[in-house]
Design a protein around this ligand. Structure first.
Ligand code: ADP
Ligand code: MG
Length: 319
């Protein structure tokens, strides 16, 4: 069967294509076991059976770098956080941003979501700082002892994690979702930051966004969460108001980080974006590109939380 057709068959969509997700049946035991096996092998927890040869598409051999050395000086020069021992303002800011996320993962938050280690970084519109935030968050969490991070570029229409972190990878999430022959290991990229692994967006395809709402995506997310709860998976995602599939992806997540661009994102856009999420979804807000009171600093973050949007007195985001 054509692989796109295969992916589309498992697609989850509400009848109006918006935010309501119909409950889908649990993955078949065989399918779940297959995914689990893939992830297990990827994580180096189980050896592939000897004598078994897995056919790899030529594209993988040609184009995937299995590990990259990130240019940490370049990343720092671009204003981002790097995992070293030096103190910096951005590290301090991301310490505040990640703390509630980690508390929820550790079950110490006000609410324990179902898959707390799956975190989606999104926003209402393009250009508000999702990728910047997702990369910094991943780098920040990777500096924590005993935490491992997988940063997934799920903005499959406008992928930019690889560009921002300075490496090339044309094979990734999209390819994994449409091609049964691929193991997750084929598309993951290890880095010189020991606890940081990357899953690039992969090849472009006219059905890329639909794949985010596919059954294969749901299965992948579930397995990522269930089998390795100590691995934190951060999804850089498409904007909620541009792509309906972004809200489907959000429904798979334990936590959502909503980036709001200071002075630019309109309150109505934030409201519209929030309305696309499940009312029970835990949403943290990052106020991005806020200037400090002297007006001199481009960087700066606020952080607020919404638990159970629309549930009366707890519905408002705190700042
Ligand atoms: N806090 C920030 N400080 C400096 N530059 C930022 C900040 N947030 C975003 N940018 C820059 O703004 C542009 C858009 O950000 P990006 O993360 O690509 O947005 P999105 O992923 O939401 O489309 C990029 O050039 C990025 O480097
Ligand atoms: Mg982006």
């Amino acid at each position: 069967m054509d692989s796109i057709e295969k992916a589309m068959l498992g697609r989850i969509r509400s009848s109006d294509g918006a935010s309501v997700i119909s409950p889908s049946p649990p993955p078949s035991v065989a399918a779940a076991a297959a995914t689990a096996d893939v992830i297990e092998r990827t994580a180096g927890l189980a050896a592939a059976p000897s004598g078994v040869t897995v056919a790899k598409p030529a594209a993988v051999r040609k184009r995937t770098q299995r590990s990259v050395t990130l240019d940490l000086e370049g990343i720092q020069a671009a204003g981002m956080l790097v995992p070293d021992t030096r103190r910096s303002r951005i590290k301090e800011e991301y310490r505040h941003i990640k703390r509630p996320l980690l508390m929820n993962i550790d079950g110490k938050g006000a609410i324990t979501p179902e898959h707390p280690n799956l975190i989606m970084v999104t926003s209402a519109r393009p250009g508000e700082g999702k990728t910047f935030t997702a990369c910094n968050l991943a780098l920040s969490i990777a500096t924590e002892r005993d935490r491992t991070v997988l940063l997934v570029d799920a903005d499959v229409v406008k992928p930019s994690v690889a560009r921002v972190l300075g490496f090339e990878a044309e094979v990734g999430l999209v390819d994994f979702l449409i091609d049964d022959r691929l193991d997750l290991a084929d598309v993951l990229v290890d880095t010189n930051v020991p606890s940081l692994t990357l899953l690039p967006a992969g090849g472009r395809h006219h059905l890329s966004t639909e794949l985010l709402a596919s059954e294969n995506m749901r299965r992948l997310a579930l397995e990522m969460s269930r089998r390795y709860p100590d691995r934190i998976v951060i999804f850089d995602s498409p904007p909620l108001l541009v792509t309906t599939e972004a809200s489907v992806l959000a429904s798979l997540m334990g936590q959502v980080v909503m980036v709001v661009e200071s002075q630019r994102t309109h309150q109505n856009q934030v409201k519209e974006a929030l309305a696309l999420l499940d009312p029970q979804q835990i949403v943290g807000f990052v106020l991005n590109k806020a200037r400090d009171s002297f007006g001199s600093d481009y960087y700066g973050y606020g952080y607020g939380y919404r638990y159970g949007y629309g549930s009366g007195d707890r519905g408002a985001a705190e700042q």
